[in-house]
Design a protein. Structure first.
Lengths: 147, 270
């Protein structure tokens, strides 16, 4: 499956209410989970969100037209979403990330390879499940670059 | 005495140990080495060593017990050119260097459990945690962190670790000179590093095979919620473990906790 195909699927999903999507093709499994963008809880935050809605709309439309950046695995190994089994994942879908921020670990022979984002933005998709093997060059994340 | 000056006198490699930075205490030598490495133009070969670690760690955040005055805790910083895809071989190379050095300095039969645990009589004496900070397929920095129980006593271990762990002193009944052992390990690391830089992966894999206690045995590999059981058949040129299942199917494993089941002797470890 080519990157353009994955991007097309992600773009199509954005126009729907589908929250989870699986497909298997040519020996590759793709699983996309979509979650609502996280926002602080509480009444103050809710009020702020609704007040900001009208202002935000043009920005969101512009973001959908942007190209998604792909973060790939530099080595063959096991994909870890958190630094330890008890720890929270490095990132979640919808979370904002900075350039150089650690997104995951790919482990091979006890070499823990911290994968950093080379762009700032919002995590659009996490393409691999925790604990699954990944190949060299395999896409791990799709990132919506910040403006 | 275990001091900066004594350590500097013992070994000076062409690459490994070109600069040795000693601390009485650090959180973890990997953390400190990475911090130092990121400030240097060329950190290749720097060794960061500490007498104790306040937050010594192993794979996936596990604790490495690091009391002062008894063991070796150090990290080698490497910047191998154009070898990122096979960077894990440097972790394999460190295991070969340590097991050989223990044999040479003490005569103990140190063995390697895949991929790089150092065992003596079935118990873990040493571990290696390698961390790579990489960006878009470009190696920036490889921190090979080593913890080796040299003169550790059983009472220094927690109760849950005690049946699984050992030290060189616990195995041969006498104290081992930490500085002499460190010098031998660094000397071996220089040799194995040069083997890899020369592209001779097979020579390194053969050395690993000669020191390992995993291949040919029934093993289980646990990774997250997946457990695989089978005969450890071999390792490939990337250092991955090839396991033959009872169905005859062959699986390649790149990470996980291995337990060796052999002649009623169960060897566990992180």
């Amino acid at each position: 499956m080519e990157f353009d195909e994955i991007r097309e699927i992600v773009e199509l999903l954005k126009e729907t209410d589908i929250s989870e999507f699986h497909v298997e093709k040519e020996g590759m499994k793709l699983k996309i989970k979509r979650e609502k963008f996280s926002s602080p809880s509480g009444t103050a935050a809710t009020a702020a969100t609704s007040a900001a809605d009208e202002v935000k709309k043009p920005t969101e439309e512009a973001a959908e037209e942007k190209k998604l950046a792909t973060i790939t695995s530099p080595i063959v190994g096991i994909f870890h979403r958190a630094p330890s089994p008890e720890a929270a994942p490095f990132i979640e879908v919808g979370g904002s990330i900075k350039k150089g921020q650690v997104l995951c670990i790919v482990e091979a022979m006890k070499l823990m390879n911290e994968i950093e984002s080379d762009t700032a933005g919002i995590v659009s998709s996490i393409l691999i499940e925790n604990g699954q093997p990944v190949e060299y060059g395999e896409p791990l994340f799709l990132i919506e670059p910040a403006t | 005495m275990f001091t900066k000056d004594v350590i500097k006198d013992v070994y000076k490699g062409e690459i490994i140990g070109k600069e040795i930075i000693f601390f009485e205490s650090v959180s973890s030598t990997n953390d400190k080495a990475i911090e130092i490495g990121r400030q240097r133009e060329n950190p290749e070969g720097i060794i960061v060593i500490a007498d104790t670690q306040t937050h010594g760690r192993g794979r996936l955040g596990r604790i490495w017990i690091s009391p002062p005055g008894v063991n070796l805790y150090f990290t080698a910083l490497l910047r191998p050119p154009a070898l990122q895809k096979e960077a894990s071989l440097f972790s394999i190379a460190a295991a070969v260097s340590i097991a050989s050095a223990i044999r040479e300095c003490t005569g103990l039969n140190a063995m390697i459990k895949w991929p790089n645990d150092i065992l003596i009589n079935g118990r873990k004496a040493g571990g290696i945690l390698t961390e790579m900070k990489a960006d878009k397929g470009r190696t920036r920095l490889l921190a090979v962190g080593i913890g080796l129980n040299v003169n550790l006593s059983p009472e220094m271990l927690t109760e849950n670790i005690r049946p699984l762990a050992t030290s060189l002193k616990m195995e041969n009944g006498k104290s081992v000179d930490r500085v002499e052992l460190l010098g031998k390990i660094l000397d071996n690391m220089e040799k194995t590093y040069k083997i890899l830089l020369n592209g001779n992966k097979r020579a390194l894999i053969n050395k690993w095979l000669g020191l390992n206690c995993t291949i040919g045995n029934l093993v289980t590999v646990r990774n997250h919620n997946r457990i695989i059981s089978g005969i450890a058949d071999s390792i490939n040129d990337r250092g991955e473990l090839i396991i033959r299942l009872s169905s005859g199917k062959v699986i390649t494993v790149s990470a996980g906790d291995v337990t060796i089941l052999k002649n009623n002797l169960t060897v566990k470890g992180a």
